[in-house]
Every structure is written in C-alpha cells, then in structure tokens.
Design a protein around this ligand. Structure first.
Ligand SMILES: [Zn+2]
Length: 622
C-alpha cells in the first residue's frame, strides 16, 4: 500500500515536470519502387515499410488506405456526391439551381469506363517475411496480423501492388483539363494513423487526410520523355540529367526509361506529378529552394515567372508569424485541379490570372504549417487545418499585395460565417469532416468559421497574445498531431486567460453571439448604459465611447469565465476596466460618469472581431 502510494506520487511528479508535450507518435519508413507504364496508365509497385509501434499498445491488426478505389462507379465517394447532388442550395448568379455537390466531381465517377477508373490492388503482403491475410474494403485495407506488434517494437511489411491511374476527378489522376499528364496524389497503399485515440481507418469520400510521419525513399521508373516533380529531394540528378544545371554533365540514359529517386525525411505523405512539357524554374528563398513546375503557354509564361519573388515576400511574413519552414525544398507544381497540399509540395491550378495563382500558392503553402507540420487529424478538426491556413493566407495576402494593404484580412471570412448562419446549414465545427450534412456547411465551417475562431481569439486575449501563441503552438506541437484542446491550452498559457468556455461554445455548438445596446439614460447627471446579451454565447465586451470633444474611452468588460483580462490593445485610447460580466446575467450596466449631452457615440466592439450576428443594435450616435 505504501509502495503503491509512493509510485503514484512519482508519476505525478514526472507529469508536472514535463513542460513540453510528450505525445508518442508512430513512425514509418517507406521504400518504394514504381514501374510506370504511360501507355496503359498503370504501374506495378513494390513497397517495403518499416513500421515503428511507439505506442503503449499491442497491435493485432493494421489498416492501409487505398484511396484510388474511390474512383469507381458506386463507390462511397461516388454515391456521396450523387446524394449531395440532390441538395438544392439556391440559385447561382445566372438564376440556375445550385446543388451541393462538388462541381468538379458531380456524377463523373458513376460514368467512368473500366480503363478510366482508378484502383489499387494489393497482390501480396508479408510481415517480417510471413504472409499475412488481408481484405480490401474499398478504400481501406484490413490486415489481420498472424502475430501482434508489441509496444515499442517495429515490424517490416513487404507489399506488391498494382494500380491504375484514374482519369482525374479530384486531386489525383491523369489528363486533367489543364493538360497535365499525371497528378499522382494518394497513389500508394498508405498505413493509416494510429494515435492516442486508436486507429483512424477513414474511408475516402474526397475529403481529409491524416498520416504517420516518417521517411520516404521512392524510385519511379518512367518513360524518359517525362519530367517528374515530387515531394522529396532528387537523389540522382546527374544520372538522369534532370534538375542539374552544371555544364558538361554526362547524362546516362540507357533504355527508354529513367529511374527517378527521391528521398523525403520526416513527412507524412508523398506526392508526385509527371508531364512531358513541364518547365522547371527554381529560386533560393531564405535557406530552402523553391521549385516551380508548369506547362508554358502564352498565359503561364507571363504569370509563373512572377511567383518566385512573390513567394519570397510571402515567406518573410510567414516565417516571422507562423515559424520557419524547416525543409530544404518546396515545389509548386501545376496539377490542373484546384489546389491541394502535400508535404514539401503542392498541386495547383496553373492557368489563371496572377492574383488567383498567387492566392492559391500562398494558401497551399500555408498548409505546410497546419497540415504538414502540425498535422492535426483533419477529419476530426478540419477547421484547425483549413481555418488556420485561411487565416495565414489572408494575413499574408494583405501584407504583400499593395491593393489589399490596410484592409481587414478577415472580413470575407466573417461574411461567409454570417451567411452560413442565415442559410440554416450550420453544424458544430466539431462535426467529423466526412459527416457534415452538406459540402457547403463543411467548407464554410472549416475555412471561414475556422479563420474567424483565430481572429476572434485575438479579440478575447489580444491580438499580440494570439500571435505569440501561434508561434508557441508551432514550436510546442510541431510533428505531434495536436488537437483542439492542445491548441487552446497553449493560448491559455500564453495569455493567462481561461478559454475552455470559448472552445465549448464556438467549436462544439452552433450558439451565436449577439450583444446589443439595451438603453442609454441619464441619472444624477451621469450617463448609464445598459448592455444586453441577446445571443446564447457569452463574450467579453469592448465598449467604445466617443465624446463630442473628440476624446475616446474604451470600457472593457471581461467575461467571468475568463478569470483574467486582455491587455489594452490600443494604447492611444485609454481604457477603463470593469468587473467581469457573469455569463448567467443577460444585462450589464456601466456608469460612464459624463452627461449624455457630451456624448457623440457609443459602440460595442468597433473592431468587429467579435462575430456578432446583428451589428445593427451595437451602436448609438447622438
Ligand atoms: Zn486548404
């Protein structure tokens, strides 16, 4: 009994002594060889995967993703799209009905012919040299292990597989509308992530990704007419005569194929793209090299060469505000379908105007932080990836584009969030990404409300604290798959303000914020303002009073649940701090100490960072 107590005390001490989060992570080490046949759009693959079980658990089975099996008629992704195609959102600009399905997917999967579908077939699988039994459940491979993988041990899986590249529907595929031959995303059987919540074998329906960090060594054998762009560092540029600019290089090209070998350290995915017409330019930015791959046309020859300098400016902002980019390389690759983030690379649409091209390039690159390095489970917390990325993107665009400088970067995100509320399609941000009832509700929640979450957090704890917290979040949680609570804890520690209520209301519910001026009256020569919380979500209140003589005062009312107060954010305007507003109380009165006749205006949150759904009741002017 005494011993038990003693060891319990020791464990407690160990816990509280660890300031840095110490969450175990599984680890992968892939070695893959791909033999690509461009005539049939198929390839044969060999995969050797060393899997490190760093968890305290014994694993009796493992799961792999087989994403490309989604590109077949009647797949989950196909039927999901067809069902969302029945949801009428309203009218588009031309007065036509607008449905909820992704305009790029619609019913295209249902019409794919056998030579157009995608597939990944596992032909054989061994663990530590022993054959394993497995079954393919569409986009998930389930492997019942003959012997379990013990905690703190590793196993080696050897797999042979074959795949057919689908006609491009979304993200990956061949022959897309911009004429890119191969966009090779989600192209290999990929071990699902196992973390403190267990396995995440999420069937693919076109949405989110979650992966295990590790090292990739990938060799692609392909017709020498192609240029390949990929995650990872090219290992043999001299040998294949690509990506190597030294004069007089002797290029060895025996046979009709080239073997491209790429190595990528500490990433959770690997993408590549191939085209016979790629133009490849590079630029050294800070201490990494940016690569750009595009198909040169009259348009792209004017736009893409502008990108390197623009991205250098963008990085200067990103590094200061969100942390340094730690890899030695990043590739912007024309992939011909929207924009999609991968470690050390992105596939983006390439033919638009420079403003759009730069916008998507910045957005996808910001994912290197929130999807690539922080790597939250996007299915569970899509808004911590897309929302934070959107926040970074908008701030960078507004700091680097002359016509946007001085404008509020988050204005559009707030507008989108308010429109979502009006549509009646809002669901809690805590909804699993795949299980939102509409695409529309999912996207606005993740991208816009997720960005509002951060901007509004600046209102609650002060923008300077929020920014400090974002850097601390990067350093504390990089490569550790943080969740919403981990993020909120960082912000609590940085600001000294309790934020559990903010997480609970803004993430887990669809309760809204509406504060109003209830009444303004005079008593004994002094103005009394009664404020009213009309909405169900409580917030702290910045209340700005402007006098006729031009003087301004901010009256600050913290929320009781904060057990703290933010610093005065605008030093030029003096601030009066009031007692905390109890969340249970619908009204609050402030005595301004001046007669009504001296007042010019009173206003709740002129910064508009509080997502107040009815701003018409926020202000009174004399
Ligand atoms: Zn994104």
């Amino acid at each position: 009994m005494r011993n038990f107590l003693f060891s319990g005390l020791l464990a407690l001490t160990a816990l509280s002594a660890s300031a840095q989060p110490d969450r175990w992570q599984q680890r992968v080490k892939y070695k893959m060889n791909i033999d690509m046949d461009a005539a049939t759009n198929r390839f044969a693959g060999k995969q050797s995967l060393q899997y490190f079980n760093n968890s305290p658990d014994t694993l009796y089975k493992v799961f792999y993703h087989l994403y490309w099996n989604a590109f077949q008629p009647n797949s989950s992704m196909d039927v999901r799209s067809l069902e969302l195609g029945k949801v009428l959102l309203g009218k588009d600009r031309n007065g036509n009905n607008r449905y909820d399905w992704d305009g790029r997917v619609v019913d295209r999967i249902s019409k794919l012919q056998p030579n157009e579908i995608g597939y990944q077939k596992v032909l054989s699988l061994k663990m530590n040299g022993r054959k394993q039994t497995f079954n393919m459940q569409e986009t998930i491979l389930v492997v019942e292990l003959d012997k379990p993988i013990l905690p703190k041990s590793s196993a080696t899986f050897d797999m042979e597989f074959e795949a057919q590249v689908p006609v491009q529907i979304r993200r990956s595929g061949r022959n897309n509308k911009e004429g890119v031959d191969y966009s090779m995303a989600q192209w290999y059987p990929k071990m699902c992530e196992y973390d403190y919540e267990g396995w995440h074998p999420t069937p693919y329906i076109a949405r989110e990704f979650y992966g295990v960090w590790g090292d990739f060594d990938v060799t692609i054998s392909m017709d020498k007419a192609y240029t390949i762009a990929a995650t990872g560092y090219l290992q043999n540029p001299q040998q294949i005569g690509h990506g190597y600019e030294a004069p007089g290089t002797k290029v060895v090209t025996a046979g009709s194929k080239l073997n491209w070998q790429f190595v990528a350290p500490n990433v959770h995915d690997f993408v590549w793209a191939a085209d016979t017409k790629y133009t490849h330019i590079t630029k050294k930015i800070d201490d990494f090299t940016a690569h750009f791959f595009y198909i040169a046309t009259d348009t792209t020859s004017k736009t893409w060469p502008l990108l390197p300098d623009m991205m250098a400016k963008a990085y200067a902002y990103a590094k200061t505000h969100y942390g340094p980019y730690p890899y030695k390389q990043y590739s912007f690759i024309q992939g011909g379908d929207g924009g999609m983030e991968y470690p050390m690379a992105t596939l983006i649409l390439g033919t638009g105007k420079i403003a759009g091209l730069y916008g998507v390039a910045v957005h996808e690159w910001m994912h290197s932080w929130y999807q690539g390095m922080l790597g939250t489970n996007e299915s569970l917390y899509p808004w911590m990836d897309e929302g934070f990325t959107t926040f970074g993107e908008e701030n960078i665009l507004h700091a680097t584009i002359d016509t946007l400088v001085g404008k509020w970067p988050l204005a559009g995100s707030y507008d989108n969030y308010f429109s979502l509320i009006k549509s009646g399609r809002e669901e809690p941000m805590s909804t699993h990404a795949d299980h939102f009832s509409t695409n529309n509700g999912y996207s606005i929640s993740s991208y816009s409300k997720g960005a509002v979450f951060l901007e509004q957090l600046g209102y609650i704890i002060g923008a300077a604290n929020r920014d400090k917290g974002l850097l601390r979040y990067y350093w504390d949680w990089r490569f550790k798959h943080p969740n919403v609570n981990d993020f909120v804890r960082v912000m609590e520690k940085t600001s000294g303000i309790q934020l559990d209520w903010y997480k609970m209301y803004f993430v887990n519910t669809t309760k809204h914020i509406d504060y109003a001026l209830d009444s303004v009256y005079e008593q004994n020569g002094s103005t009394i303002v009664r404020l009213r919380r009309k909405g169900l979500m409580p917030m702290p209140v910045d209340f700005v009073v402007e006098m006729k003589d031009g003087r301004k005062v901010t009256h600050y009312i913290p929320l009781d649940l904060m057990f703290g107060a933010k610093p005065n954010e605008t030093e030029s305007i003096p601030r009066t701090m009031h007692d905390a507003w109890k969340w249970t109380h619908p009204t609050y009165e402030i005595n301004l100490g001046v007669p009504i006749k001296d007042l010019k205006s009173v206003e709740i949150d002129p910064s508009q960072r509080m997502a107040d759904i009815d701003r018409s009741n926020n202000k009174a002017v004399a």
